[in-house]
Structure formats: C-alpha cells, structure tokens
Ligand binder design. Structure first.
Ligand SMILES: [Mg+2]
Length: 372
C-alpha cells in the first residue's frame, strides 16, 4: 500500500510532526464486532445468516457505539490517529502546495444532517452558498448513494459534478464550471443493464416491507435503499428477513450497509472509489502527480473512496463522525456544521492566495514598466 503523507499532532506537546501514516488501527473496545467480518457476512447475499445481518445493522447505528462505556479513552486515541481537519488545516494546505485541489463531497450526513425522513434531508442555504463558492475555486463533485436526480434536487448547483447511486450514475456540470473539460458532457452509467432489475426489486421490497412500520424503501435508480432509522429495533430481525427473502431471487444483486440503511446494488465492481477515479480522469488528472483530491464523507460506502486516496498516496479522506470508527480516512470532522467551516476556510485561503498572486504580478509589472 502506498504511504500517504499526513500530519498528526504529538500527544501532550501539541507539536506537529509530518509522518507517513499507516492504515489506522481501530481503537479497541468501542465495538465488539469486526465490521469487515460483518460486511463479508452480509455481502454473501442469500447465504448470510439473519443474526449477522442484524448485528451488522446494530454496528452501523451510532447510538450503539455511543453507549459503549470506555468511549472517551477510545475517542482520544482515535482523534490522535484521525485528527480534526480543522485543527490540521494549515498542515493540510501545506501538503497541497503546488497541486490542484479537487473536492469530493458525500451528501447525507456530510452536507446535510441525517434526518428521519430521507426525503427531507435538506441542506441549509448557508451550506449551499458555501458549496457554490467552493466550486468557483476548485473542481467539485457530489458523490452520493442517492439517485442523481434526487441529490441534485437537494443541492441545486448546476456547476458541480454529480455521481449518484454510489457512483453508478455520473454527470458533469450542466453549466457554469470553468473546470468542465471541452464541450463534451460527461455522462457515465456503468450499470445501465440493471435498471429493469432494480425497478423490479424496488417494487418487491415495497410490497414485502410494508408490514414493518417505519421502513422506507427508496429507488435510487441503480440501487435500492431500505432505510431503517425509523424502525423499532425489535423489528430489525423481521425487516432483515424480509429483505433477504426478496434478495435471494436476485443473485446479481448484493447487499451493503450505510448508516441505518440497507443498500441493494448490482454486483458489478463499481463504487464511490471507482467514481472518484473516473472523475479525476474526466477532469484530466488521471496520471497527474500535481493533483490533490479531498474526499469528505460519513458513511461506510465512502470508505471505498478513502481507500483509493490512501492507495494512490494522493490527497486525503476526511470522515465525518462524532464517534470512533474503523476508517481509511486520514482526518475527521464531527458533523456537517464543521464540514461547512472547513470548506469556508478552504475558500478563504484560496481567495487570499489569488489576491496575493495578483498583487505580486502587479508589482512585477510596475517594476518592469519603470525599468523600460
Ligand atoms: Mg453519507
């Protein structure tokens, strides 16, 4: 694995040291269940045991992690391994020197708060204004598990790249982006053959889960989400059984998990990490060494993108989380409000840099005209 240069604080002294970060070791004690193992269990499709499914659903619930008694010690050690991107801002900027920053942003839980009704996961006007400014200074993409049209209806900024359905539905800016390459519109849908199957599964899941109060089935075009954030925990086993009974008829679909959501998607090797690579290529940075991608996300599905950055040894991932989680991200932010502060600081830093460059150019021109 390629080493990734990040800066972490030394404990107690507050002094900062540059170091090649190893893959983070999960702090012991905060969860008794190995996420990797659970994910494997649920991803074997119909072969997975129901208990494993439900354990995995519990592991993805922050309330359970919160209730672990030894959290504060673990939180401290986790924060040393994944320091706040706000505290490390200057060092992050230093690491990006001379490189083009490209921004990748997850939506739910990153730009908008997690809410009970997924149809009402609106972003604030302040966040929208921040993202608009961000896209003025850096190529910016929204990468979400949601259907692309749905996430666009929340964000409503035509100058961004959008990768919906976990990256299986990618579209370039419709207007107003200076980073758009050529006149060609970027449109990429690697799982289009699955569309009829996804529709069928969506209908079957709607029917099957209607007896479980609070279950919400969402058609995300190239994948289906079964949200259980409003389902009583006593009913999780029942819901897992319902989803499993539908899924066993579809060996070409697989199950993965996000925050209080079961995701059903095609078995093709495509995820948010591949979407990130595709977008970098579309922007003309596929083999570039002077690119600095920054990916911010809160979800297990964002780990694929964090992993890609770690393996490329370029840029870094920022996990949005209030609690310790096993992650390939290098830094952390606690919640969407901190994401907004981080993005604003990036914009301010870029504005100042451009102003300084402009002033210097003017001074050089003045000196030159004086001499001639
Ligand atoms: Mg998310």
């Amino acid at each position: 694995m390629t080493k990734q240069n990040v800066v972490v604080p030394e404990i107690n002294t507050g002094k900062q040291v540059a170091t090649a970060q190893k893959p983070p070791v999960p702090p012991s004690g905060y969860t008794a269940i190995s996420r990797k193992k659970l994910l494997h269990n649920v991803e074997v499709n119909s072969g997975g045991r129901i208990n494993s499914w439900v354990d995995s659903m519990r592991a993805s619930s922050p309330t359970h992690i919160n209730s672990t008694p030894s959290l504060s010690d673990d939180q401290t050690s986790w924060m040393v391994q994944h320091p706040s991107a706000l505290d490390m801002f200057e060092q992050i900027i230093k690491a990006s020197k001379g490189k083009q920053i490209v921004m990748f942003l997850d939506y739910d839980g990153t730009l908008s708060p997690i809410v009970e009704d997924p149809d009402r996961a609106f972003m604030s006007d302040a966040m929208r204004a921040t993202v608009r400014k961000l896209a003025r200074y850096f190529p910016t993409a929204i990468v979400s598990g949601r259907c692309r049209d749905k996430v666009y209806s929340f964000v409503r900024l035509a100058e961004l790249y959008y990768a919906g359905s976990h990256g299986m539905d990618i579209k370039g800016p419709s207007k107003g982006s200076k980073y758009k390459k050529g006149d060609e519109a970027v449109l990429f849908q690697p799982a289009s053959e699955f569309l009829p199957m996804i529709d069928e599964v969506h209908k079957a899941l709607l029917e099957k889960t209607k007896s479980t109060p609070g279950a919400i089935v969402e058609n995300n075009k190239f994948c289906v989400s079964v949200h259980f954030r409003c389902v009583d925990e006593k009913k999780w086993t029942e819901l897992a059984q319902q989803v499993k009974s539908v899924l066993k008829e579809y060996p070409k679909l697989r199950l993965s998990q996000g925050r209080k959501v079961l995701e059903i998607r095609p078995t093709i090797k495509w995820d948010k990490g591949k979407a990130l690579e595709f977008l970098l290529e579309s922007l003309g940075y596929s083999n570039c060494t002077d690119v600095f991608p920054v990916y911010i996300g809160d979800d297990r599905t964002d780990e694929d993108a964090f992993k890609v950055l770690r393996e490329r040894g370029q840029g870094f991932g920022i996990l949005v989380s209030k609690v310790p989680k096993e992650t390939n991200a290098s830094y952390s932010l606690q919640e969407p409000s901190e994401v907004m502060v981080f993005l604003r600081r990036l914009v301010e830093w870029k504005k100042m840099t451009l102003r300084r460059q402009f002033r210097m150019r003017r001074q050089i021109e003045d000196v030159f005209s004086y001499l001639t």
